[in-house]
Design a protein around this ligand. Structure first.
Ligand code: NAD
Length: 455
């Protein structure tokens, strides 16, 4: 049985039967058998299903947000934001899929025509994370279903109730049971799923698991996408509005209790404004209400995974041992559940894990830098490469700096942001492949080359 516990209280919320070797095999076989008929439906029909899924999300937003909050500990307003934010992503796919997947004639000399058509990959394994289950799941299953694939969706064991709700809504919206199956369980069920000859593996999660998955499916030559962690830096230049930059970056570091792949994880501040920025930042963090995620005005909730408390404690201890100072926080909160104080560290450097390894919690290191060159060098001094940002009034300066940073996304005067219109991808340990944008629709297809000579 899979036991689901509340991260806020430690209470058991549910116990669910997990998928087994036999049930995973049966779901795989059913998905394989159902896929051709799904691909043979019109795109208009599949778009209608996703449109109905969207309408059901709107209708059930309060119920779904409450489930998400109870299960992962996300503050209730942020749960609502996630579901409402998903509507915009769905709209992008509804508006863009037809034009993106249209067959394209790329050559015609009167005798010979050349055309590119998009065919579905077939059966997709979608193994997902818990921190934004609606976002990271739908980035895969919405375009995958629209393109005519069947999907075996394994939500994280920490977001199973939400995963089951998503399955119920898709089925109610008209997606056949066997075209979208939910697999219940943890890593063991993920391993079981990947034993089957799926045509594509789309994973969101940590680098460590991503690397194991790459090894497990490597020789299979299935299409593989890995959306992994980040150690996302921001550089604050000396010309900014300090209060505004501090407010924006405190939110970028602590929203979702710091558990976003693109949370701001380290900040470099120009030496001329370092002290003033730190003071403003700590003040912002002090205004964040830590508390029961079911209460409307809570901004910081518990960590979803209890094991992460130890990681944060170790990062703080390591930093302190090497000369850092804690300006606020630094400890677990003494109450049932997985609570950690919002934490700000200064006097940090790159000898410390907190500046190079993913924290995934409400903790941030702020480092003083002499200027742009040092900031660029430090921003690139990590294995990860998901996002990076610069705050400055000077767009040309921002462009010059961001062009030298090795990440999938770059931000000027903003942070912790994902757009459905832009590709979401990572460099290095942040992953391979991409979702979102029109590239993230084509990703679920195989381009087929047609060479057509008229008799
Ligand atoms: P995780 O790697 O622990 O688990 C992810 C999924 O993999 C879960 O469903 C889990 O059950 C499954 N799994 C575990 N071991 C497996 C195995 N050996 N084979 C197959 N499946 C296995 O990650 P998590 O804790 O759920 O998520 C947090 C991580 O995800 C962070 O590193 C975060 O940065 C990253 N993330 C990245 C993005 C992105 O878009 N790049 C988005 C969200 C989260």
């Amino acid at each position: 049985m899979l036991q689901i516990t509340s991260p806020a209280t430690g209470a058991v919320l549910a116990e669910l039967p997990q998928d087994t070797h036999e049930s995973v095999l049966a779901k795989y076989q059913a998905a394989r058998a159902a896929q051709p008929a799904w691909a043979a439906t019109t795109l208009a029909h599949r778009l209608d299903c996703i449109r109905r899924f969207r309408a059901l999300l709107v209708q059930d937003v309060e119920k779904l947000a409450a489930i998400l909050t109870r299960e992962v500990g996300k503050p209730i307003k942020q749960s609502r934001n996630e579901i409402n934010g998903l509507l915009g992503r769905i709209d992008f796919f509804l508006d863009s899929t037809e034009a993106t997947l249209q067959p394209r004639q790329v050559f015609d000399d009167g005798g010979m025509r050349e055309r590119i058509a998009h065919e579905p990959l077939g059966v997709i394994a979608n193994i997902s994370a818990w921190n934004y289950p609606y976002f990271v799941g739908s980035n895969v299953f919405v375009p995958a279903l629209l393109a005519g694939n069947s999907v075996l969706y394994k939500p994280s064991e920490y977001a199973t109730l939400t995963g089951i709700e998503i399955g119920n809504l898709l089925h109610a919206a008209g997606v056949p049971q066997d075209v979208f199956s939910v697999l219940v369980g943890g890593g063991r069920v993920g391993i079981e799923l990947l034993k089957h000859p799926v045509d594509g593996v789309f994973f969101t999660g940590s680098y460590n698991t991503g690397a194991k998955i790459a090894q497990a499916v490597g020789s299979r030559l299935a299409k593989l996408q890995l959306e992994l962690g980040g150690k996302d830096p921001t550089y604050v230049c000396e010309d900014v509005d300090i209060a505004a930059a501090a407010a924006s970056l405190a939110d970028g570091a602590m929203y979702n209790t710091g558990q976003s792949c693109c949370s701001v994880e380290r900040i470099y501040v120009h030496q001329r404004i370092h002290d003033a920025f730190v003071e403003a930042f700590v003040k912002e963090v002090g205004n964040f209400k830590v508390g029961d995620p079911c209460v409307e005005d809570s901004y910081i909730g518990p960590l979803t995974r209890g094991a992460q408390l130890k990681v944060l404690e170790m990062q703080v201890a390591d930093a302190l041992a090497k000369g850092a100072r804690v300006l606020t926080g630094g400890h677990r909160i003494d109450r049932p559940g997985n609570w950690f104080e919002p934490t700000v560290l200064v006097n940090v450097n790159h000898e410390m894990d907190v500046m190079r390894e993913e924290s995934f919690g409400p903790i941030i290191g702020i480092q003083k830098v002499a200027g742009d060159d040092e900031a660029i060098r430090l921003m690139n001094d990590t294995q990860y490469g998901l996002t990076a940002g610069v705050y400055t009034r000077d767009e040309a300066r921002a462009q010059r700096i961001l062009a030298q940073v090795h990440t999938g996304s770059v931000y000027w005067n903003c942070c912790d942001r994902v757009s459905p219109r832009l590709p979401w991808s990572g460099v290095g340990h942040s992953g391979i492949g991409l979702t979102l944008s029109t590239y993230g629709i084509e990703a679920f297809t195989r381009p087929k080359a047609w060479h057509l000579r008229s008799p």
